[in-house]
Design a protein around this ligand. Structure first.
Ligand SMILES: [Zn+2]
Length: 60
């Protein structure tokens, strides 16, 4: 039961890279960008760069 609960919350601490859709770890994320008061996390500098050029394309 405890393992089940842990599994349910295993997505905590992770965020989706809006550019490529990969899950990134918030705690170890190197690539972040703030857009309209929201913090986005990226798997790589290339993804972050793409996002910062046209954030409106990745955020609905
Ligand atoms: Zn990415």
């Amino acid at each position: 039961m405890i393992n089940f609960i842990k599994k349910l919350f295993s997505n905590e601490g992770k965020a989706k890279d809006p550019v490529c859709g990969m899950m990134t770890n918030i705690n170890s994320a190197k690539y972040k960008s703030n857009y309209r008061g929201r913090l986005f996390y990226f798997c790589s500098a290339a993804c972050r760069q793409q996002f910062e050029e046209k954030p409106g394309e990745f955020v609905g």
